[in-house]
Design a protein around this ligand. Sequence first.
Ligand SMILES: [Zn+2]
Length: 454
Amino acid sequence: MLKLRFLGGAGTVTGSKYLLANEGSRILIDCGLFQGYKVLRLRNWANLPVAPASLSAAVLTHAHLDHTGYLPLLVKNGFAGPAFCTKATAALARILLPDSGHLQEQDAEFANRHRFSKHHPALPLYTEEDAQRALSRLKPVSFDQPVTLPGGAKLRFVRAGHILGAASAIVEWEGRRIVFSGDIGRYNDPLMPDPITPETADYLVMESTYGDRRHDRADPETVLGKIIAETIHRGGTVIIPAFAVGRAQSLIYHIARLKQAGKLPAILPVFLDSPMAINATDIFLRHGGDHRLLAADVEMLDGGIQYVRTAEESKNLTASPFAKVIISASGMATGGRVLHHLEHFAPEPKNSIVFAGFQAGGTRGAAMVAGAVTIKMFGRQVPVRAQVHNLSMLSAHADRDELLRWARAFKATPRRTFIVHGEPQAADALRLALKDEVGWEAQVPDHLEEVVLE
Ligand SMILES: [Zn+2]
């Protein structure tokens, strides 16, 4: 009997983990961290309802931490199987997971030093070393290359756009075909290829991040250019919270084009402040087939940007009074170097903060986008007087119309469709839209719900 259980990503955009079980074999599709609301983050600390050692394999749809960030803990707690992913996902995970461990250690250390944690001592969820150890589990495979998983299931990745290496996973087991959409990207994105809909699915597990929203149809480059130009005219600084390998390349691409077209001063300093930045361009160059840029475009990206690698350089950047653009992680301001910049620049009205991706409920990003007048960081309330913008059209996620377009491309209606990876309102809006506009009956599963795939 084939069973599917929702261990994360149900009723929330984070913590994606879907357990497929057949007799003695178990596969975990995605292995993400919960982020945002405290009640969600606490789930990272609870034992999984399945022993990690009993899993025969893991499958990772893409490198974002809400899909991979739990792997170090899974391995630490006994998982010893292979974690299949695309080659670019493996390359990104090799940077991202150790960085995630490093940040967890730093947060725990900071909380202990300033004694603002309720836990004494505050402990990291996992360390950089745990993350390094987990990397040995990664088994990179090519797109469209069928692989047989331990336990007999067959796996194939197809392109989902979104970020470098992102895939939908097609799993065939016991004569059933189960499709996990992963995160679905945009159509006609300047950097990423279009998402590809698998031809058929008996069962479909589909994301719904923007299930209740259409992206603004305004040209993102024009809007971004206007915000940056106005901010530097006031002598302000533009802070863009973004993951260093992903949307950051799109932002740099747009800014480089704005400079080329004379819409922004060529001398405007643009910084990518991330210890990971050194590897980002490199990974784009090495995975030429996974994005739309030519080598010359990648080099143009490289030329238009100053990399900030050490923590010391990052601090100097915060202290610099000159007009500039700083792109720094994390994208939802849940951690990372961007916090120091926000602490310094958010209180001044002349500055701008530009969010360029989905802000999960309970994150500092979501609070700022909703108009919070203060945000808590480093144990204190920081006033937000800078202009806050949310450019959802720069998001790497399909909006509700694009999700429907992706769904319509199936050759037949899946037997059952489960809507995941969305906040309750977005998931239910997509359920209704699929019913009204595509003619599908879909359901929104609960956290930990289990279904039998007949
Ligand atoms: Zn993602």
